[in-house]
Structures are given as C-alpha cells and as structure tokens.
Design a protein. Structure first.
Length: 153
C-alpha cells in the first residue's frame, strides 16, 4: 500500500458526486478534479456567498477553518436560484471563477477560465480551465441541469 496524500477521487453522477473505489480501495485524486468539484458543488447551495448568512456550510462556522478554506456555493446558488438567461449564464461563469479563486490565492494557478453555454432546454455546459504560466493544469466540461428552469422556483 502506498502513502496517500490529497483528495479522494469524486466523479459526477446523475444524483451528485460519488467516491471511486478500485480493487476495494478508495481511489486517490491525482489532479485537481475533486478540489474543483467540491469548490463548485460543495457547501450549501443556498449560500450565495454575498453576505454572512445562516445558510453557510456547517464547517465554515468552526473556528479552526481558515478563511481560505471556507466553502461558498456561489455557482450552485446561481444555477438553482435564477432563471436561465444570457445574463445569468454570465453570472454563473463569474460565480464559478469566484468559487475557484482559492487556486490563485494559494499559488496553484494564475488563470481560471469558466465558459458557459446552453444545450437543449435546461442543460447548461460549464467548461472550466485552470492554468499556470500558460500551461493547462486542469480542464473539465460539466453538463448539468439548470435547476431553476426545471423546478419552476
């Protein structure tokens, strides 16, 4: 057995994220996929991050949680709380970049790109790229339902 350092590998499933098991063991994440996934879809989806509020994720209230590690779900708040429109797609892109800003403040990346587009009636495609000195460190396309349009909230 090797030493494990880092995150466990999470993958996107129709009902959220699941850990990956391989040979009966939890598979480690060898890139930034789990960190990016948790940054975009972790925390409390009702916490838009605009002000300190009662919707914050429970671990954000612990004294030992550093400010830089507090999870805010700005991206989730946009796609679940606002109607699908060009203006709100831009808000979702901005929110995704803000949720990933820690990658820049921790010195991992110097550029974060979030590009959104629609596909079909309520499907939203978010392409995320993380770069450092022009070199791509991570790239992933997330296809998800823009929940506000489906739930009719």
């Amino acid at each position: 057995m090797s030493d494990f350092a880092g995150d466990i590998l999470l993958i996107e499933t129709p009902d959220g994220g699941d850990i990956v098991l391989e040979g009966g063991l939890v598979k480690p994440c060898k890139d930034f996929s789990t960190a990016v996934y948790l940054s975009l879809f972790g925390g409390n989806k009702d916490d838009a991050g605009t002000v300190k509020n009662r919707h914050t994720w429970w671990a954000n209230t612990l004294k030992e949680t550093p400010e830089s590690e507090k999870m805010v779900s700005r991206f989730q708040a946009v796609i679940t709380g606002l109607p699908l429109s060009v203006k709100n797609i831009r808000k979702a892109e901005t929110a995704a970049v803000l949720d990933l800003e820690w990658l820049k403040s921790d010195g991992v990346a110097d550029e974060i790109i979030a590009d959104g587009k629609t596909k079909g009636k309520n499907t939203f495609i978010l392409n995320v790229e993380v770069k450092n000195k022009g070199r791509q460190l991570y790239q992933k396309e997330f296809a998800l339902l823009w929940r506000h349009g489906i739930d009719g909230v």
